[in-house]
Design a protein around this ligand. Sequence first.
Ligand code: ATP
Length: 456
Amino acid sequence: MELEQFDGAATIEKVAALCRRRAFVFPSSDIYGGLGSSFDFGHYGVLLNDNVKAEWRRALIQEREDVVALDSAIILNPQVWVASGHVDTFFDPLVDCRTCKLRFRADKLEDSQCGRKPSKQPGEFKECDLTEPRQFNLMFETTVGPVEDSGSRAYLRPETAQGIFINFKNVLQIARRRPPFGIAQVGKSFRNEITPGNFLFRVREFEQMEMEFFVPPPESEQWYRYWIDQRLGWYLRYGLRRSKLRVREHGPEERSHYSQGTSDIEYEYPIGWSELEGVANRGDFDLTRHTEFSTTKLEYVAPDGERYVPHVIEPAVSLERIIVAMLADAYDEEVVGERERTVLRFHPEIAPVTAAILPLIAKDEGMVSKARGLYEDLRKRHSVEYDDNGAIGRRYRRQDEIGTPWAFTIDEQTLADDTVTVRDRDSLAQERISTGKVRAWLEDALEREWKTPKGE
Ligand code: ATP
């Protein structure tokens, strides 16, 4: 079969349109006119998200002996955010334009468009009239309990990390850990971003995946480098192209005052190179601040009596940024025998559906019963989908668009010799295997190393 590659380049618009068409992501509150930059995940989006979270947990928790899991509350004692510095310093500088009434991040004017003349950035057009920058706190406030006063003010967490620091002592004592060890957590975080946008790239509620790795202070630089390598390796393991990933170390002027080193793992999104994940060497800042504000000593006491405040290395990312990178990397268009197809070339471990089971003729009882039997067997272990709706070519294209790596087709020959056709999403190669061997074949296929046909 002839494959002709043509403009397979993903744009944010194309990816968002496919996500909507195929029930990955819907604009939220759509029937009420939407809510800017809020999204709901549909069936395939949920399956994709669950796979990504599971693979993150596999690499950070299951395959290690030095990291434990945690799931802390979203609303914490507000003192946590005083100690962490978020109440005093978690601000973005904003400017308003008195002409077009739009509001912009003063430090990101070059990424924004003037409300009157979109080809210019705010401040560059003659009618622009920008105010001086003002500070705007990004935390969402709420109240706890029936009385709304300043004493009941609380915050939706803007990061999951603080929930980890305040549990340091619990884990140290009860899980009986000694540095170096880590605590990993996945959960929703909330930021009242002023300029959200680019689909899921910058949203106001997102699922963060953070790990705080506590180390003896002299080892912090070595562990910082180690975690940058580990996290870069994770993206390569799940099929992102090497040429689309880079590590960018922050200069001293860009780093938080407490940070002893920060690197962004950047991905070349359709909007350009941007932060996918941050890896920071936070020193002893967080444990020291929480010790000061809570008066609970957060330190490690070794069996020989030596005591110290561990330093912390933090890899932090959001599920949403990973999903946009994986969708953009997987998105492809090609012409196959004069017909166009759109395909999501996901890594098989990440794909929402691992295999489709397709009876060639939906009305043929023999084929249906064989196909149902295979489907019911495979679904005990795998995410598989049964589809008998429409012409076979259309069914293949539907599976290509949701990124299903393999399809098993049950046809007349199956009834004669009990074999099925396996179709490979990427190469479109077909082979026949016996029905009884499908499960083992699938498990082998999942173990094989996968590389995207889109190149390095
Ligand atoms: P940015 O500079 O892009 O605002 P940040 O440096 O403030 O990000 P961190 O506070 O380091 O981000 O958050 C850690 C990770 O959380 C980021 O690397 C990114 O993956 C993710 N993240 C942060 N803000 C958002 C958001 N509004 N939407 C989606 N993901 C986010």
